[in-house]
Design a protein around this ligand. Structure first.
Ligand code: HEC
Length: 111
C-alpha cells in the first residue's frame, strides 16, 4: 500500500465514523462556550513573597508544574529545589533558596 493511500484511510476513517450519527440525527452541530477554571494553571506563582520563586523557577517550566505537586514536608521542598539546581542546573543564587523553600512550605506544605 502506498503512503498516500494509507494517509487517505487514516484521514477519512474518523470523518466517516463521525458523520454517520450526525447524519442520522440530521441536526446541525451547536457549539457552546464553556467557562472552566483550571486549578493552578497560571504561568506565575501567586500570592505574597513570590518574587524569589517567580525569578528563579519559571525558566524551564510553568508554575503549574510545581503547584500541582502534592503538599510536601519542608525538607522535601528543600531537596526538590536542590535537585533543580544540581540535576537540572537551575541557576538559583544561594540567597534565593531560603525564600523559595519558605514560599513552597507555606503554600504547599505538609507536616
Ligand atoms: C534549568 C531548568 C529548570 C529550572 C530553572 C527549574 N526546574 Fe524544576 N524541573 C526541571 C525539569 C527538567 C523537570 C523535570 C520535568 C519532567 O520530569 O518532565 C523539573 C521538574 C520540577 C518539579 C516536578 C517534580 C520533579 O521533581 O520532577 C518541581 C516541583 C520543580 N521542577 C520545581 C522547581 C522549582 C521550585 C524551581 C526553582 C527553584 C525549579 N523547578 C526550577 C527543570 C528546571
Amino acid at each position: 500500500m502506498s503512503r498516500t493511500s494509507l494517509c487517505a484511510i487514516v484521514l477519512t476513517a474518523p470523518l466517516l465514523l463521525g458523520a454517520a450519527p450526525a447524519a442520522a440525527a440530521s441536526s446541525p452541530l451547536n457549539f457552546t462556550s464553556v467557562d472552566v477554571d483550571l486549578p493552578f494553571g497560571e504561568r506565575m506563582f501567586p500570592g505574597p513573597n513570590a518574587d524569589a520563586i517567580n525569578n528563579n523557577c519559571l525558566a524551564c517550566h510553568s508554575a503549574g508544574m510545581v503547584l500541582t505537586q502534592p503538599s510536601l514536608p519542608r525538607k522535601t521542598w528543600q531537596a526538590e529545589v536542590e535537585k533543580m539546581r544540581s540535576t537540572y542546573k537551575a541557576p538559583v543564587a544561594d540567597q534565593d533558596v531560603g525564600p523559595i523553600v519558605d514560599y513552597l512550605a507555606k503554600l504547599k506544605g505538609a507536616d
